[in-house]
Design a protein around this ligand. Structure first.
Ligand code: F6P
Length: 371
């Protein structure tokens, strides 16, 4: 195994890109500690790939003092960004905003700084960019991160378990207020185009209706469930809606203004549902969006452990020269899968997933009229 590169200590760079997720700091800590045990040097590329576009301002050496106490901290000590795609870098010029390709600069800076490997921790966007940069000669190992759990190639991503726990706790809390006021409560959860968070939190939290992007719903079927519960003297209802859920034949509810990377911003389905349910059933209904609370705070034990295993494995894969690969959980093992496999397509919830079938069998509605 290569501990050094031609007698030189290896110099490793770490970056975190895309939306933050609980467990990012645990990956950084595990990778850094493992690298130091091998006598390597560790650097942090700040704000996604920005640090390789502008290393003078956004590149920092990571020393033991920097990672002290971060295992339990949410977020990322390196900062992260949804912008900063080096292939379509948005620059302000005298003639307005322009997209320029700075990928060549990223590769040149990486080589000039004499890095031996880049560990890119991110979701679909970051891993896609990592694949492109690895084809241009940067030795990259990816680490999958997203609360949405929508990445192929790995059983699960860190951050997901924490998000589901937070969402389940929120649904638990909604029960008592819904029950006291005999209301219908609609809660909107994150997940983008995949309904994993809504499905797992909805079932764990005992929701009556769960709406997923993968199963277009019929608003009358949702209302029927609420009416039926009232008829059976269960005078409150909990509706969990994934932000990407949409009515049959309709479209997703979007927020105005895409991100700098032209990514759609989802949001607003709970408010729409709340209005429709109240108007159609006459039942007093309130809606809320749990939002970024799902991404914040202390990672669960599961996420801490998974992130730690993935961070340490990333260094192992550097030693083994498995560049262009991503660290993945194939229970019970951590393995290396090609980056191309991870970003082939989104991992959405199969409509015949066991959890959906069990939920239907228990009478939970998915708003499609089926039991
Ligand atoms: O991908 C993670 C995620 O939290 C999605 O669930 C959500 O739609 C999106 O990011 C929100 O991102 P932003 O940080 O742009 O608000």
């Amino acid at each position: 195994m290569a501990r050094t590169n031609g007698g030189r200590k290896l110099k490793i760079a770490l970056s975190t890109g895309g939306g933050d997720a609980p467990g990012l700091n645990a990956v950084i800590r595990a990778a850094a500690k493992t690298a130091w045990c091998l006598g390597w040097e560790v650097w942090g590329i700040q704000e996604g790939f920005e640090g390789l576009i502008d290393p003078r301002r956004k590149l920092v050496r990571i020393d033991p003092v920097d990672i002290r106490g971060i295992l339990t901290q949410g977020g990322t000590i390196l900062g992260t960004a949804n912008r900063g795609n080096p292939f379509k870098y948005v620059m302000e010029t005298a003639r307005g905003r322009r997209e320029v390709d700075l990928s060549g600069r990223v590769v040149r800076n990486f080589k000039r700084l004499k890095f031996d490997a880049l560990i890119a921790i991110g979701g679909e966007g970051t891993l896609g960019l990592s694949l492109q940069l690895s084809k241009m000669g940067i030795p990259i190992i990816g680490v999958p991160k997203t609360i949405d759990n929508d990445l192929m190639g790995t059983d699960i991503t860190f951050g997901f378990d924490t998000a589901v726990s937070i969402a389940t706790d929120a649904i638990d809390r909604l029960h008592s207020t819904a029950q006291s006021h005999r209301r219908c409560m609609v809660v909107e959860l994150m997940g983008r185009y995949a309904g994993w968070i809504a499905l797992n939190a909805g079932v764990s939290g005992g929701a009556d209706v769960i709406l997923l992007p993968e199963i277009p719903f019929d608003i009358e079927s949702v209302c029927d469930k609420v009416r039926d519960r009232d008829r059976r003297k269960k005078l409150f209802s909990i509706v969990v809606a994934s932000e990407g859920a949409k009515p049959k034949g309709g479209t997703r509810v979007l927020k105005e203004g895409a991100t700098a990377n032209h990514v759609e911003r989802l949001g607003g389905i709970a408010e729409w549902l709340g209005r429709e349910i109240q108007e159609r059933t006459g039942k007093e209904t309130r809606s809320l969006v749990l939002g970024h609370l799902q991404r914040g705070g202390v990672p669960t034990t599961f996420d801490r452990l998974l992130a730690t295993r993935m961070g340490a494995a990333a260094i192992r894969f550097v030693q083994q020269g498995k560049f262009g690969h991503m660290v993945a959980l194939r229970t019970p093992r951590i393995v290396a899968v090609p980056l191309s496999q991870a970003i082939k397509r989104l991992k959405t919830v199969p409509p015949d997933h066991d959890t959906i079938m069990s939920a239907r069998a228990m009478g939970i509605s998915f708003g499609d009229g089926h039991c």
